[in-house]
Design a protein around this ligand. Structure first.
Ligand SMILES: Cc1ncc(COP(=O)(O)O)c(C=O)c1O
Length: 356
């Protein structure tokens, strides 16, 4: 019998969305993806790489880091690119955590965060969200000790969909000791109506312990290729690069992400469409007596009251509509539903009607 290390059993299995055998077109509203196909010029950029796949990808990710730098004004030395932003989170854990070290984050939040401690043997200190599903920054600050290496703030938060303003984050950040790295996970920042994505860039200049984590998986719609980045102090970039393989980000992902940055008009269109679908889904849910938190993302966090969560989530799946059960994400009695196209959203709503 082969043997594994003892830490393996402590690593939670990522709660991936279930795939269901369904005789018909599935409506996938479980993974906070965008329903829109990549921009045609992004597809062309991918195709242009196909004939050189016999070569390793650029370990420096030069073109992509240059484009991110042009877009954000952050020097290339302070830009780390990962195979999805998740890779950068796991690399940060490897580089910064160890037994005796602590990491602080809110809960429920992104399902990868618990893996960061399980792999490193560090201690996770979790702070419950407020009633409204928001980060309780003051309570989080109270948990910071001399042993704290990392504090994670998911803004907007997955799965509760709420967000904080950059001003609120900055006031809090200013009070934290400088030995603590604060990772602001901004996977959904483009969708937040509380800020322009560029607003949080200003914080970087004033807070040398701040890391902004962003992704091409959400509004840019490239999650199938895997690319994310951190805007960070240079030592953070060097550390996450040191613990990863040099060719972590494949050539197609690098080319696609670099091209996607040239299409900010497309980003704006998607954000506007997201607002339209959010208002539609939220008002339809309210008409059915279902409460949602104040969503600043591309999904709703829906309270089911005393209805049976499994019955609803399984009942939707039987009709080909895949959403996430709150219990898999840290809060039973809820579901998380991503906004799709109008047709998909209406299929979700009419499937829900058969169950309420
Ligand atoms: C809060 C948050 N951060 C990061 C990610 C992951 O992104 P990536 O696809 O860049 O690894 C997700 C994806 O669901 C997320 O919800």
């Amino acid at each position: 019998m082969i043997e594994f290390n003892r830490r393996l059993e402590d690593i939670p299995v990522y709660p991936a969305a279930s795939t269901y055998a369904f005789d018909g077109e599935l409506v996938k509203l479980a993974s906070n993806e965008t329903p829109y196909a990549p921009h045609p010029q992004v597809l062309e950029a991918v195709e242009s790489q196909l004939r050189t796949l016999n070569r390793y990808p650029d370990p420096e990710k030069s073109l992509l880091r240059k484009r991110i730098s042009e877009r954000t004004g952050v020097p290339v030395d302070r830009i780390a690119v990962g195979n999805g932003s998740v890779e950068l989170l796991l690399a940060a854990a490897e580089a910064m955590l160890e037994p005796g070290a602590e990491i602080v984050y809110a809960w429920p939040s992104f399902s990868i965060y618990p893996q960061m401690t399980a792999k490193s043997g560090a201690t996770a200190v979790t702070v419950p969200l407020t009633e409204a599903g928001e980060h309780d920054l003051e309570a989080m600050a109270r948990e910071v000790t001399a042993a704290t290496r990392l504090v994670l703030v998911c803004n907007p938060n997955n799965p509760s969909a709420t967000a904080l303003t950059p001003a609120a984050i900055e006031a809090w950040l200013a009070e934290l000791p400088r030995h603590v790295a604060v990772v602001l996970d901004e996977a959904y920042v483009e969708f937040s109506a509380l800020q322009d994505p560029d607003d949080s860039l200003d914080l970087l200049g004033r807070h040398p312990n701040l890391v902004l984590l962003r992704t091409f998986s959400k509004v840019y719609g490239l999650c199938g290729l895997r690319a994310g980045y951190a805007l960070c102090p240079e030592p953070f970039r060097l550390a996450v690069d040191r613990v990863r393989q040099p060719f972590a980000v494949n050539a197609l992902a690098q080319a696609a992400a670099a091209e996607a940055l040239n299409h900010q008009d497309e980003v704006e269109r998607r954000v506007e469409q997201n607002v339209i679908e959010r208002v539609h889904v939220e008002s339809e849910l309210a008409d059915r007596g279902l409460e949602t938190t104040d969503s600043q993302a591309n999904f709703s966090w829906v309270g089911l009251g005393d209805r049976d969560e499994d019955e609803i989530v399984d009942g939707l799946a039987r009709q080909g509509v895949i959403v996430r059960a709150g219990s898999a994400l840290g809060e039973p009695g809820r579901l998380r539903v991503t906004y799709g196209t109008r047709r998909e959203n209406d299929r979700f709503l009419s499937a829900l009607d058969t169950l309420l």
